[in-house]
Design a protein around this ligand. Structure first.
Ligand code: SAH
Length: 395
């Protein structure tokens, strides 16, 4: 199929010549020519070559530039080289004795936006972020299976393909994974379900934060894990000898999943609290009862709507922090985390400052985390470096 010629508007050309990889509809002079799944060649308005990419609609952008050499083609070899390089970079993870879950390929950070591949103890999970990238499925599967041995391959179609994430749909080839599949991260066991919708039970990008919590911050401390999901942070805290952990999540599934994660680490879950509740109600009750914690973990989704509350990280993080500060003990620790890509670290620290100032409280930032090295990022696409975690000591 012939590639589509797209012209970048002059006000955007510098951005693209500097290496910006995301094709944005508003930057294209001839958007009527955009067609999902096709390859594109991009020029500026003076007919200077910018690069080649594929077209695929995501919530942001309509495609990704994959190559900038004039002779570069979007072919099997391109996918092969990018995926091989990515695998090579994760060598240490493949050989690790205490971690067997990591990201093998991280979208634009590894040269192909819209595609991620995760590894879970021999099983691969491919995330397709558009119908456009999905149309290269045969190439990409062939590359992956040529390059690495595998137990099984699963996929998630994270785009509107007329259906939902159907359970059987997510298995692609090889053997099916056990349910749960138990993976290891820095010696901690976590239960993974590769065939249960979009989320598999763990967010691998928090690996270093979980390790820091376990190793350095929880001994003999009471720990509150908010938005706790499957209790991954709670388990790390318990293994770090927390005196007690309390996990709070709105979703009823979180109860059994958290019990399961405790159990597979030989922790008696009955010694820990697992609460299914809206966190904002939980804060109100804790304040009323004067319940306080030594360590509070805040890791909300970027957006959440419940029957009673509506949360957006960008507009509500300051308030979330204020509520947490009020129930943190003297000299306690707040781990403030966000995966929201619409603001940067500087702005996030502004939220922190605002929250403490408005309560007339002092604090020190003692540690910061960004994405771990398997979540490769590039300078040309700072939005891709979404994770921001700040360890805050209350004065
Ligand atoms: N911190 C978790 C991941 C959080 S995923 C981890 O590291 O594993 C987001 C979670 O927030 C979901 O489980 C969702 O059920 C929960 N959630 C969303 N809104 C909430 C609210 N108002 N109160 C409590 N939990 C909420």
């Amino acid at each position: 199929m012939k590639e589509i010629k797209l012209i970048i508007k002059k006000e955007f050309k510098d951005k693209y010549f500097r290496g910006y990889p995301l094709i944005m509809t508003e930057a294209i002079l001839n958007p009527q020519d955009i067609k999902e799944g096709r390859t594109a060649i991009l020029f500026d308005q003076s007919n200077r070559f910018i690069g080649r990419g594929y077209l695929g609609n995501q919530n942001k952008g309509c495609g990704w530039i994959l190559t900038r050499g004039k002779k570069g083609l979007i072919d099997y070899k391109l996918f092969y080289n990018k995926i091989r390089n990515a695998i090579e970079k994760r060598r240490n993870f493949y050989f690790s004795k205490d971690t067997n879950a990591f990201r093998v390929f991280n979208g634009e950070g590894d040269g192909i936006g819209g595609l991620t591949i995760d590894y879970f103890d021999g099983y691969y999970l491919i995330n397709w972020y558009s119908g456009g990238i999905y149309s290269f499925k045969d190439f990409i599967l062939k590359v992956l299976t040529t390059l690495v041995p595998y137990k099984g391959i699963y996929q998630k179609k994270r785009f509107n393909s007329g259906g939902k994430y159907i359970e059987e749909d997510s298995f692609v080839m090889g053997r099916k994974a056990p349910k749960p599949l138990i993976i290891k991260e820095n010696g901690i066991n976590y239960a993974i379900y590769l065939n249960e919708g979009a989320m598999v039970g763990i967010f691998l990008d928090q690996r270093n934060v979980r390790k820091a919590l376990r190793d350095n911050y929880c001994k003999n401390k009471s720990v509150l894990n908010t938005f706790s999901y499957t209790g991954a942070f709670s388990v790390a805290a318990a293994l770090g000898e927390a005196s007690k952990t309390t996990s709070v999540d709105l979703a009823s599934r979180s109860l059994n999943k958290t019990i399961e994660n405790f159990t597979i680490n030989n922790i008696d879950h009955t010694k820990h609290d697992i609460v299914v509740k809206d966190i904002f109600d939980y804060f109100t009750e804790s304040k009323r009862n004067n319940t306080k914690f030594d360590v509070i973990i805040l890791d909300p989704p970027s957006f959440a709507t419940s029957k009673k509350s509506k949360f957006s990280a960008e507009s509500d993080y300051t308030n979330l922090l204020k509520q947490a500060i009020e129930i943190t003990n003297q000299n306690g620790l707040i781990v403030a985390s966000t995966n929201c890509s619409s603001f940067n670290m500087k702005k996030f620290k502004g939220f922190i400052e605002k929250a403490f100032n408005s309560l007339n409280r002092k604090y020190n930032i003692i540690e910061e985390y960004r994405l771990p090295c398997d979540f490769a990022v590039i300078d040309e696409f700072p939005e891709g470096n979404y994770l921001k975690v700040v360890f805050i000591r209350l004065a």
